[in-house]
Design a protein around this ligand. Structure first.
Ligand code: NAD
Ligand code: TYD
Length: 339
């Protein structure tokens, strides 16, 4: 099988490439990535020499480049991870989110229609469902929960999902969609909660918790997400949406305290800062459909996953230190200095 993985130089896409090359050594994987601020070619160093792997630097919105790649590689499957993925950045500047997340998805699916494909898989997010109230722990997102977005990021992802389902209905394109909860693990860009707190704590910098830190996210170890996508592209039904999440809801403040404890840092580093605009309160996935239909279950417990993740950041300081010393510095001071 030949698989095009877009956005494979980012967090989840790179973990997916490592997982797939390890599990299916005879499959061919082509990573198509624009290498935005969030894409890092050094992340893919361990597979660059693999003869079944190819890296192509291109924008998913660049129709000519995308069609050329499809002509050359004749992929069986496309898994689209490429996206602008950070809510805070989408609040600052929505436009690129609309371009990449919506138009890029359309270009990829047009290529699939033109050249033929066994499966187009869209990597989406639970954020398309909006949020749940904190005082209703009995409520969860199912695949039937109405789309009800809060941020420019989640709105752009929801628009893409609707377009994917429209290409299925209108053109009979064999698509599937996964909507996963928050991931954590190795190669997570340090602008997101968990790696940001690990990196700041290691540098004895303040740990900026938005609002009171009571917002709840449903955390899943990245490899469990990769396994779910692998199952969906091989066994999932065409035209279907699958929610992915492991019932691991945690408040932000508790995550930050766990990180302080694991690193032997004082909780006095925790600084409560101005809340995010439109901040979603709680995300919580009901994964019944993927569990019952495809037998997927999360394998890594949070206590084990967070330990592995923290150890990875300790062992791979140069990976994230390079990032936090570059243009990220400017981003950080713009977002946090006066917060
Ligand atoms: P990321 O920001 O770490 O990586 C995104 C990658 O896409 C980068 O390598 C970047 O260079 C590339 N990219 C961006 N714009 C591009 C373009 N126009 N053309 C080609 N490549 C481009 O993101 P992530 O956290 O790995 O998320 C991957 C996908 O999973 C996204 O679609 C995101 O919406 C979704 N998702 C993420 C989470 C999470 O917790 N991180 C949860 C659920 C779903
Ligand atoms: P984030 O990792 O940006 O993921 P998402 O917003 O897509 O869920 O944020 C996770 C939670 O952590 C969210 O409730 C916002 C909060 N947060 C902070 O409190 N401080 C921070 O510096 C960041 C980046 C996030």
């Amino acid at each position: 099988m030949t698989i095009i993985v877009t956005g494979g130089a980012g967090f989840i896409g790179s973990n997916f490439i490592f997982y797939m090359l390890g599990k299916y050594p005879s499959d061919r994987i082509i990573c198509l990535d624009k290498l935005t601020y969030a894409g890092n070619l050094s992340t893919l160093a361990p597979v660059m020499e693999n003869k079944n792997f190819r890296f192509v630097k291109a924008d998913i919105c660049d129709r000519e480049a995308v069609y050329k790649l499809f002509e050359e590689e004749k992929p069986d499957v496309v898994v689209n991870f490429a996206a602008e993925s950070h809510v805070d950045r989408s609040i600052e500047d929505p436009e690129v989110f609309l371009r990449t997340n919506i138009m890029g998805t359309a270009v990829l699916m047009d290529a699939c229609r033109k050249y033929g494909i066994i499966r187009y898989h869209q990597v989406s997010t639970d954020e398309v469902y909006g949020d749940l109230p904190l005082d209703r722990p009995d409520l969860f997102f199912t695949e039937e929960t109405p789309i009800h977005t809060s941020s420019p990021y989640s709105s752009s992802k929801a628009a893409a999902d609707l377009l994917v389902l429209a290409y299925y209905r209108t053109y009979n394109l064999p698509v599937s969609i996964s909507r996963c909860s928050n991931n954590y693990g190795p190669y997570h860009f340090p602008e997101k909660l968990i790696p940001l707190m690990i990196a700041n704590a290691l540098n004895d910098k303040p740990l900026p918790v938005y609002g009171e830190g009571l917002n709840v996210r449903d955390w899943l170890y990245v490899e469990d997400h990769c396994k779910a996508i692998d199952l969906i592209i091989r066994k999932g039904r065409v035209g279907e949406v699958y929610n992915v999440g492991g019932h691991n809801e945690m408040r932000n403040i508790d995550i930050v305290k766990i990180i302080c404890k694991a690193l032997g840092k004082s909780e006095s580093l925790i600084t409560f800062v101005k809340d995010r605009k439109g901040h979603d309160m709680r995300y919580a996935i009901d994964p019944t459909k993927i569990s019952e239909e495809l037998g997927w279950l999360p394998e890594t417990k949070f206590e084990e996953g967070i330990k592995k993740t923290i150890q990875w950041y300790l062992d791979n300081r140069s990976w994230w230190e390079e990032i936090v010393s570059g243009e990220y510095k400017e981003y950080y001071s713009k977002m946090y200095d006066k917060r």
